[in-house]
Write a protein that binds this ligand. Structure first.
Ligand code: PGA
Ligand code: ZN
Length: 424
């Protein structure tokens, strides 16, 4: 049973306050949950509780901490951490709002994750195995950013993530090795054109490009320079994050000086799919443009993975509605979009039961927390996205995957390219 619940403010990878909850069981086992934070958030995500005002740009979390101390902690004490669903139901009811805005999605997810860790610790199991419940589960296929953009790089380019997927890798650690070479080659190419200007929020190279397509050309050149065949061995994944530059079916690509409607953006993206070895596209249209998402998914015809992030916000009901409408074929799963572990799991399982691909994902504001790697593995998500191949809040996750791969009795193999939705 849960004996102690401690709430404290810690700091995320952007140097901003965030919520940490530590839970101690009566037997001394314990678990820590930390809330991550997005910068390009979906409109229907669980709402973070921030203090506002002057301090830390209005982003302090004292109110969220108070809510945990006054309401969540007393409600958790004496309960069995193994009852994740019961506890999450209690947290949702305690908050009482549809968007978790009263106690805060940040307070709820930190508490819910701490409960999960405490339950695994009590069972003396690594988290991934605790979640796998005896099933054979593989390590996920990584999606790794090479250039950052959009809201993560001062909107230097419109597109948010230019990523690679090591489709030729047969082990998790091999996927990292291949990506390391591509990341390095991309840095050398940027340096060669005097365009090396540091890194963006998730550790990808700062995107000093004149057009969005320059980033794609450079990515292909980097894959080749690293010695890999584009497409066969290393392929491209994009997060367009279109909600950041469009709404109501109107899109403004500032870098390309283009004003496009929904069809226009679809056509441009389809052209990129023809010209470049792209295997995955996330949020190709804005979260409110369901007709566009359906049309794009249909036009793609299952050739590539079409991922819903802002549009689906890790919500089982929205995932089922999207499947009915025929939008997307893959779901990005972010625990803090949902606000509790159980709702995250429900969204993932809804996607899996509908035959959709699933990608467990970190946020642009992260910490040393590596829970996401265990969730991706234990729940057999198949794919994992945590940003680039630099900065320790990112590398902590990749390194945790290496640990799981090399420990005796670890996960069963590697999901590999078969985890991708789409048959390219
Ligand atoms: P965010 O971006 O964490 O800033 O929302 C990540 C993503 O869009 O996938
Ligand atoms: Zn996204």
């Amino acid at each position: 049973t849960i004996e102690q619940v401690l709430a404290r403010r810690v700091w995320d990878s952007r140097g901003r306050p965030t919520v940490e909850v530590e839970i101690v069981n009566a037997d001394g086992s314990s678990g820590i949950g930390i809330a991550p934070a997005g910068a390009s958030r979906g409109r229907h995500e669980a709402v973070e509780l921030r203090d506002g005002g002057e301090r830390f740009g209005g982003r302090d979390v004292q109110e969220a901490l108070r809510g945990i101390e006054r309401e969540i902690a007393p409600a958790l004490r004496g309960r069995d951490a193994a009852d994740q669903e019961g506890i999450d139901r209690m947290l949702i009811a305690l908050d009482g709002t549809p968007d978790k805005s009263r106690l805060g999605g940040n307070a709820l997810i930190a508490s819910s994750l701490a409960v999960l860790h405490a339950a695994a610790a009590h069972a003396r199991q690594p988290l991934w195995r605790h979640l796998a419940q005896g099933r054979e589960v593989p390590l996920p296929l990584p999606q790794i950013q090479i250039f950052g953009g959009g809201a993560h790089a001062g909107r230097r380019v419109d597109i948010q993530d230019f990523m690679v997927i090591a489709t030729g890798a047969t082990r998790f650690s091999q996927a990292l090795e291949m990506t390391a070479e591509v990341y390095r080659a991309a840095g050398e190419l940027m340096a060669g054109r005097d365009a090396l200007a540091g890194v963006a929020d998730e550790g990808g190279w700062w995107p000093d490009f004149a057009r969005n397509e320059d980033a794609l050309d450079t990515l292909v050149a980097a894959i080749e320079r690293a010695g890999f065949t584009p497409g066969d061995e290393v392929a491209i994944a994009l997060d367009i994050a279109a909600s950041e530059f469009g709404a109501g079916g109107r899109y403004r690509l500032a870098l390309d000086q283009a004003e496009l409607d929904s069809d226009g953006l679809c056509e441009r993206l389809l052209r990129w799919i023809e010209r470049y070895p792209i295997v995955s596209i996330e949020d190709p249209l804005a979260e409110d443009d369901e007709a566009g998402l359906v049309a794009f998914t249909r036009a793609v015809g299952g050739r590539v993975q079409v991922v819903g992030d802002d549009y689906l916000v890790t919500n089982a009901q929205r995932v089922r509605a999207a499947a009915q409408a025929g939008a997307c074929n893959c779901v990005l799963v972010k625990p803090n979009q949902a606000g509790t572990v159980s709702e995250t799991r429900a969204a993932l399982e809804a996607a899996q039961s509908l035959g959709y691909g699933t990608i467990m994902s970190a946020r642009s504001g992260e910490t040393e927390d590596v829970a996401i790697v265990h969730l991706a593995t234990g729940w057999n998500a198949g794919q994992l996205k945590v940003g680039s191949f630099a900065r320790s809040e990112r590398m902590a996750k990749w390194n945790e995957g290496v640990r799981l791969e090399t420990r005796p009795g670890g996960p069963a193999g590697f999901a590999g390219r078969a985890a991708l939705a789409g048959r390219r």
